[in-house]
Design a protein around this ligand. Structure first.
Ligand SMILES: Cc1cc2nc3c(=O)[nH]c(=O)nc-3n(C[C@H](O)[C@H](O)[C@H](O)COP(=O)(O)O)c2cc1C
Length: 324
């Protein structure tokens, strides 16, 4: 049993020309409900679809009524009765409901229900009866059985005729509802077709814009590809140049190394030369000193020669003198 929310006991009237229609799948989940049903309930259609009808369950409704409803419809028979339904905000509305199974061949494939405004006298009887049932009292005294049984029924010839009438009303109501839905759907479809046509036109314009944008973009991308390719080639040429520069740098470094090595040799040679020059200078000095000494010796020798020559001349003159 579903837990019902707060109630206000404020009644929402149902109009004489209003029909509240709903349908369920075999598991009793709501698959369809018309606009009047939605509006009076206070729920949105989205909130109702997929729910069980007990979303509308009012705590004043006796469980017995729904037990009878299900006994009847599950055995393939219609049920009619008065139902007090709870609106989303806790208010309520009374309806004279007719519920029947929907057949496909021998199989019940769902249930349908049409609800209309209640007769005030019937509603008062139902209020009394449901109150008795909720207090756990006997439903009816034997005298007022037929009268009191009218709020929820399924028995008796009179009820069979009423049920038949209800059945026809349900079918007619459902047909009217479907026709209205089809009309709305047709209107909606034609409006949609119009909107779609407009959208197609817009889209065509958009597509053109997009196409030219795509075209431009493609061209831009093409340019970018060419530029990238060019940059790539330039980059490759740059790498080549850098390789060449680096090769040149290497040979320069080699040359510098050679020069360094040469400089070392030169400086070694220079220092060797310096040593040799020093040695030469020293030898030269020695030679000069030797030459000076030789010169002095020569001078001395020459003076001796002169003296010898003079002595020889003297001796010669002496000889000459003696020999005369
Ligand atoms: C087609 C159809 C329509 C129903 N309409 C209502 C309804 O309007 N209000 C309601 O309380 N129960 C309705 N019921 C009965 C509910 O499915 C459910 O049995 C009832 O609300 C009791 O719920 P509970 O057992 O959770 O207390 C309907 C059932 C069917 C098959």
């Amino acid at each position: 049993m579903r837990k019902t929310g707060q109630v206000t006991q404020r009644e929402v009237p149902v109009g004489a020309d209003q029909q509240l229609i709903s349908a369920t799948d075999p598991k009793s989940r709501i698959t369809h409900c018309n606009q009047v049903f939605v509006e009076i309930s206070g729920y949105t259609e989205d909130e109702l679809i997929g729910e069980g009808h007990n979303i509308l369950r009012h705590p004043d409704m006796p469980q017995e009524a729904f037990r009878m409803l299900w006994d009847r419809v599950q055995s393939g028979k219609p049920w009619m009765g008065l139902v007090k339904n709870r609106c989303k905000n806790g208010d309520h509305y009374w309806v004279d409901a007719y519920v029947m199974p929907v057949w496909e061949g021998d199989t019940i494939v769902g249930y349908e229900s049409v609800r209309i405004k209640t007769e005030p006298a019937m509603q008062r009887r139902a209020e009394r009866l449901y109150a008795r049932l909720n207090k756990g009292q006997k439903p009816f005294s034997s005298s007022d059985y037929l009268q009191a049984s009218l709020p929820f029924a399924g028995v008796g010839a009179l009820l069979a005729i009423m049920a038949q009438q209800h059945h026809i009303n349900t079918v007619l109501g459902r047909m009217r509802s479907v026709a209205a839905e089809m009309e709305t759907a047709t209107e909606n479809t034609s409006t949609r077709i119009h909107q779609v046509a407009e959208r197609v036109n817009h889209q065509r314009a958009d597509t053109d814009t997009v196409a030219s944008a795509v075209h431009e973009m493609t061209a831009t991308i093409q340019d970018a590809v060419v530029a990238i390719e060019r940059s790539h080639e330039e980059a490759e040429a740059g790498v080549e140049a850098i390789n060449q520069v680096s090769a040149r740098m290497e040979s320069i470094l080699e040359a510098v190394a050679d020069i360094e090595r040469g400089t070392d040799n030169i400086s070694t040679a220079a220092s060797e030369q310096e040593v040799a020059a020093n040695e030469i200078a020293e030898s030269t000095i020695r030679i000069a000193e030797g030459a000076e000494a030789t010169y002095e010796d020569m001078n001395a020798g020459a003076a001796q020669v002169d003296a010898i020559r003079r002595q020889a001349a003297e001796q010669a003159s002496l000889i000459d003198r003696f020999s005369r």
